[in-house]
Write a protein that binds this ligand. Structure first.
Ligand code: G3H
Ligand code: 13P
Ligand code: ZN
Length: 312
């Protein structure tokens, strides 16, 4: 199967009460770990690339890695998506350069400027057979080089979503209902609670329309513990409870973004390896268990959180 857009995936996910995983990719081992789990679990998948990933690994290397995954996993549909496109030029470069989906993140702009920028990207993307994700509302946390303090974040205002979607023509919408980017989402001792009332009101106003959740890593405590045990220092790393993500997937959320959990799985494994084998220095030896750890973490997400196993 060639790379696909997310149109059909989201339709099936909405109707089926599950979500598709959108995992950030930065190198070969991450692409392999994710797609091997998806192939074995027969799950559709979105592989997404941030501005930082393009700067780190180079656009062409990432596209070719994803194309290799398409060849290796012909049974599953794979979307190649730009995560947090910062401007029209970056979106255009990805549309021209083989992506099947882009996000234009105009959430830091005024409502009118966000609409104008998003509309411009949609016109170009749709003319080239590419779908677009827009965003309304601001998440807390770190994305690329932008850090949004907790107090500066804002929930999506449901009364704005119909106008935003109809004036921009976006194919999916990321909303802010209490998720947050990075591994330090909440202060220790606080109880994370997603605003399902906002999600449901958005869904009521946009029936059948696919909603996206960013900042949805759950920061598995076993990885944080391993990192801390083997020389790391990540006190107070807290994520979104997985049962709340599962609940969001049952409702209108069709795409759930996970990046930090991949990083934690990889880092925990590498730290443990070096602690246990201080004499080893072959990257293949320490990246192999890291890739395996990513694969098992992703399998758990597909089956127990997203509910998209067997849906390819
Ligand atoms: O939301 C942002 C993603 O986690 C990407 O992170 O910009 O460090 O690649 P990055
Ligand atoms: P996490 O930092 O929670 O993994 O969020 C990733 C994300 O939203 C990518 O766009
Ligand atoms: Zn994000």
């Amino acid at each position: 199967m060639a790379l696909v857009t997310s149109t059909e995936m989201f339709k099936k996910a909405y109707e089926g009460g599950y979500a598709v995983g959108a995992f950030n990719v930065n190198n070969m081992e991450i692409v392999q770990g994710i797609t091997e789990a998806c192939r074995e679990e027969k799950a559709p998948v979105i592989l997404q690339v941030s501005k930082g990933a393009r700067a780190y690994a180079n656009h062409t290397y990432l596209v070719k890695l994803v194309e290799a995954a398409v060849i290796e996993c012909p049974e599953i549909p794979i979307v190649l998506h730009l995560d947090h496109g910062p401007d029209f030029e970056t979106c255009k470069a990805c549309i021209d350069g083989g992506f099947t989906s882009v996000m234009i993140d105009g959430s830091a702009h005024s409502f009118e400027d966000n609409i104008a920028l998003t509309r411009k990207v949609v016109e170009y993307a749709h003319a080239h057979g590419v779908v677009v994700e827009g965003e309304l509302g601001t998440l807390a946390g770190i994305e690329d080089d932008v850090k949004v303090e907790e107090g500066a974040s804002s929930y999506t205002r449901p009364e704005e979503v119909e106008e935003f979607v109809s004036r921009t023509g976006v194919d999916s919408l990321a909303i802010a209902i209490g998720t947050s980017h990075g591994a330090y989402k909440f202060k220790p001792g606080t109880k994370p609670q997603l605003r399902f009332d906002i999600l449901d009101e958005v869904a009521r106003r946009l029936p059948g329309f696919p909603i996206v959740l960013h900042g949805s890593s759950s920061v598995p405590q076993q990885f944080v513990d391993l990192i801390n045990r083997y020389g790391g220092a990540m006190p107070g790393a807290i994520g979104i409870p997985e049962e709340q993500l599962r609940e969001a997937a049952r409702r209108a959320v069709c795409k759930i973004n996970i990046d930090s959990d991949l990083r934690l799985a990889m880092t925990a494994s590498i730290r443990q390896f070096f602690y246990e084998h201080p004499d080893k220095f072959d990257p293949r030896e320490y990246l192999k268990p890291a890739r395996q750890n990513i694969k098992e973490m992703v399998r758990h997400k597909l089956v127990d959180v997203l509910g998209c196993n067997g849906k390819a």
